[in-house]
Design a protein around this ligand. Structure first.
Ligand SMILES: *[C@@H]1O[C@H](CO)[C@@H](O)[C@H](O)[C@H]1NC(C)=O
Ligand SMILES: *[C@@H]1O[C@H](CO)[C@@H](O)[C@H](O)[C@H]1NC(C)=O
Ligand SMILES: *[C@@H]1O[C@H](CO)[C@@H](O)[C@H](O)[C@H]1NC(C)=O
Ligand SMILES: *[C@@H]1O[C@H](CO)[C@@H](O)[C@H](O)[C@H]1NC(C)=O
Ligand SMILES: *[C@@H]1O[C@H](CO)[C@@H](O)[C@H](O)[C@H]1NC(C)=O
Ligand SMILES: [Fe+2]
Length: 473
């Protein structure tokens, strides 16, 4: 730094040194974090063919398929159970009971169908189970009276500051062979995720001619092995939009909205694409990159009222999910999240959001705690700076879909980027108590226990001191 300062001083007098100073300035200030040099086999991601084992249709007449669950209320005492029947509507009922209890209850759901171009969906059922007990294993049966199938889930602990809870993080999953290895790797992780925070881009059906919606069905059959047993919290990505006026489809989000429910009304949201839930020690806010977010829009008004409601002595961990990242140093979707960042970042700093998870870029990246909220048009202060009130931004869009990896990074690595690597994988956020959470990222090529990147998160409300991190490369 001494050399740099010296040169800068001379540089201010002599033009030639000034230019040299600028160059050195670049080199010295832009010391980024780690760009992993992990060498992977780069092969094209190929979708699994429709007759693959993971897509098999369960046997039996009108057997329920594509079973999935998600949180059904604001506190975690309700679960939305969804499934599809193909031959006929079948029963709307879900029969459910607590482990070791003979007291069987039933809830009635609703059935609907939709058409998309020349595709007609099966009979899509959604049924909300309410007033569940916290921290309890439930069994549930769908296909009542025809071909019943039984699954189970565990409700979260009562919302509170010091209950541990473990989230899995998956994004941009798709249905390629790599997607299958990501899901398998997540399932085999010795640290067991209890719910998945899914940051958008589910099936990638829209990459097929006419957005072949059979790929929505196959995707749901593929992930059933996880999402029938633990809730996945849904974020809408660009591959959920399915806006295709060229084939007469002008209602955005049609397949996604019909197939995947979110408990948006419980958080007073007016659309299923932005909402919040509490789960154990966490308050999760889901935002929509692909719904209006400018001033005066429904999403803006909702978020403005939502953030002050978060009570950190009840839910210390404030986590935001959004599809398009705000801080992304790959040469893909570069700056696509920028306008939303400009709108909402000051609120995230004011309310001390702990972590923002995003997808969209098919790679992995973790930022330092940074903010870029000083700019006022006239003052020229438009650089990210380290900020202990700011969230860490994590891009986890590396689920493994058919579009392949994002390997091209901006150079040099910006200083705010702590770690980046173009590999498929998933992450785990293991919340221990109100102050500590252990976070780890797992690339598919490693054994299931290997942490390719990890850090202890310190809660921004209860323990706002700087963190350090470690990466295995
Ligand atoms: C829909 O149209 C495409 C070609 O336009 C055709 O290949 C496909 O078989 C049709 N699907 C149905 C269900 O009719
Ligand atoms: C997907 O992964 C599962 C679990 O590892 C495996 O049993 C299955 O054969 C795989 N399917 C394909 C098509 O790769
Ligand atoms: C939703 O609005 C109602 C009525 O204003 C209020 O009672 C309730 O607490 C709100 N719920 C949430 C989760 O903000
Ligand atoms: C990486 O992206 C940059 C910016 O878009 C482009 O100029 C460059 O050619 C790309 N490199 C490769 C190897 O594709
Ligand atoms: C919170 O968890 C961390 C990590 O397990 C532990 O070191 C710390 O003592 C815990 N704090 C309390 C108050 O239990
Ligand atoms: Fe995306």
């Amino acid at each position: 730094m001494g050399l740099f300062r010296g040169l800068s001083q001379i540089g201010s007098t002599f033009c030639v040194f000034y230019v040299l100073g600028l160059i050195l300035n670049q080199a010295l200030i832009c010391h980024g974090g780690t760009t992993s040099n992990f060498v992977r086999e780069v092969e094209k991601s190929i979708d699994m063919p429709l007759d693959s084992d993971v897509f098999s249709v369960p046997p039996g007449y009108n057997a329920p398929q594509q079973v999935h669950i998600t949180q059904g209320d604001h506190e975690g005492k309700a679960m939305i159970v969804s499934w599809v029947t193909m031959e006929e509507p079948g029963s709307d009922k879900v029969v459910y009971w607590r482990e070791k209890s003979k007291d069987k209850r039933s809830a009635k759901g609703k059935m609907s169908k939709y058409k998309y171009h020349n595709y007609t969906s099966g009979y899509i059922h959604h049924c909300t189970l309410r007033n569940l007990k916290y921290d309890t294993k439930y069994y549930y049966e769908v296909g009542v009276g025809q071909t019943p199938r039984t699954f189970w889930f565990k409700t979260p602990p009562k919302v509170g500051p010091d209950v541990p809870y473990t989230f899995g993080l998956i994004g941009d999953l798709g249905q390629s062979y790599d997607s299958n290895s990501t899901l398998t790797h997540y399932e085999q992780n010795p640290v067991k995720g209890q719910a998945v925070l899914f940051v958008g881009d589910l099936s990638y059906a829209d990459n097929y001619p006419n957005h072949d919606n059979r790929r929505w069905d196959s995707w749901a059959r593929f992930v059933e092995r996880s999402v029938a047993y633990q809730p996945w919290i849904w974020t809408a990505g660009n591959h959920e939009i399915d806006f295709a006026p060229e084939i007469g489809e002008t209602k955005p989000f049609k397949p996604f909205k019909n197939r995947y429910r979110t408990p948006y009304r419980a958080s007073n949201s007016t659309a299923p694409f932005w909402y919040s839930i509490k789960r154990g020690p966490a308050y999760i806010i889901v935002l929509s990159t692909y719904s209006a977010y400018g001033k005066y829009t429904p999403q803006y008004k909702w978020l403005e009222e939502e953030l002050p409601k978060v009570d950190r002595s009840e839910t210390p961990w404030l986590i935001v999910l959004v599809h398009s990242p705000w801080y992304n140093s790959y040469n893909y979707h570069y700056m696509e999240g920028e306008s939303m960042r400009v709108m909402y970042e000051p609120w995230f700093v004011e309310h001390k959001v702990d972590i923002v998870f995003a997808g969209h870029v098919h790679a992995y990246e973790r930022s330092k705690r940074i903010s870029n909220i000083g700019y006022t048009i006239v003052n020229g202060e438009c650089r990210p700076v380290e900020d202990q009130s700011a969230p860490v931004y994590i891009t986890i869009g590396d689920g493994g879909n058919l579009e392949g990896l994002a390997t091209n990074m901006t150079q040099p690595q910006p200083f705010y980027s702590a770690f980046r690597e173009a590999s498929f994988g998933h992450a785990i956020l293991d919340i221990k108590n109100r102050t500590h959470a252990f976070y780890s990222w797992h690339r598919n090529q490693d054994g299931s226990a290997v942490k390719a990147d990890s850090m202890w998160f310190f809660n921004r409300f209860w323990h706002p001191v700087a963190e350090t991190s470690s990466a295995v490369i």
